[in-house]
Design a protein around this ligand. Structure first.
Ligand code: GLU
Length: 234
């Protein structure tokens, strides 16, 4: 059975490591196959909202920033250049299925201050009503340390609850939670279903494993708490 079958409104977050290869290029074939799945979900009457990472990873390549660790100014410049390429890639990939995309860049105050929250929610719901797919990312080129999520795991959970999505899907280069970070512990085993986020579950998570990504399992567990407390399955 399709595990997404019961859900009507799905928020899908895509990690940088899936969309961008190690050389900084777009993984266009992967995106094309995901776009097919999104088109199929929509054809069955579901609303789909995408939270896409990858701006900084794409922008690094475009601007020739090869250092492993970027300074804050460099990542903000990379996000600025990369976001254009990212939006274009989404618009082309979904456009092939006749789906229009809308870009929304947000910062935490937008999900937390009521006036902004209501306004962003209305824009996203209007796009959905018009049959479009909103493509959301953090506004990385202007967000400062005090006003940024930094990772799209928690951001996607806030977006999912904001628009009353009944399901949040986090697509990552790892297939789920392990009893320990599998890169460090070869004995780690995969946990197919987490019924409740307990301190024992939280202790299993580690940080980001790739220099292209910001989150890791810790922020995915945080996202799970935000989503499930608000009644959104993850
Ligand atoms: N917003 C960042 C980007 O688009 C990604 C943050 C994350 O990896 O979660 O590059």
């Amino acid at each position: 059975m399709n595990p997404l079958a019961p859900y009507r409104r799905v928020t899908i977050k895509i990690g940088s490591a899936l969309l961008v290869d190690k050389a900084g290029g777009l993984r266009a074939d992967w995106l094309a196959s995901l776009a097919e799945d999104i088109a199929a979900l929509k054809a069955e009457g579901r609303d789909v909202v995408i939270v896409s990472s990858g701006a900084i990873a794409l922008g690094r390549g475009l601007l020739g920033l090869s250092a492993l660790a970027l300074t804050l100014e460099q990542s903000q410049a990379a996000a600025s250049a990369g976001q254009i390429a990212l939006s274009q890639a989404w618009s082309e990939a979904l456009g092939r299925h006749g789906i229009v995309t809308g870009q929304i860049l947000i910062t935490p105050n937008i999900t937390e201050e009521r006036r902004y929250y209501l306004n962003a929610r209305t824009t996203i719901l209007t796009l959905l009503g018009l049959g479009a797919v909103p493509i959301i990312n953090e506004n990385d080129s202007v967000a400062t340390a005090e006003i940024r999520y930094g990772d799209n795991d928690r951001l996607s959970a806030r977006v999912a609850t904001m628009i009353e999505a009944d399901c949040l899907v986090l697509l990552s280069d790892i297939d789920g939670l392990y009893t320990a970070p599998p890169a460090r512990d070869p004995a780690a085993t995969h946990i197919p279903v987490v019924e409740a986020i307990t301190p024992a579950i939280e202790a299993m998570a580690g940080g980001a494993a790739s220099h292209l990504s910001r989150g890791g399992m810790t922020t995915k567990i945080e996202a799970g708490k935000i989503a499930t407390l608000a009644g959104t399955a993850m």
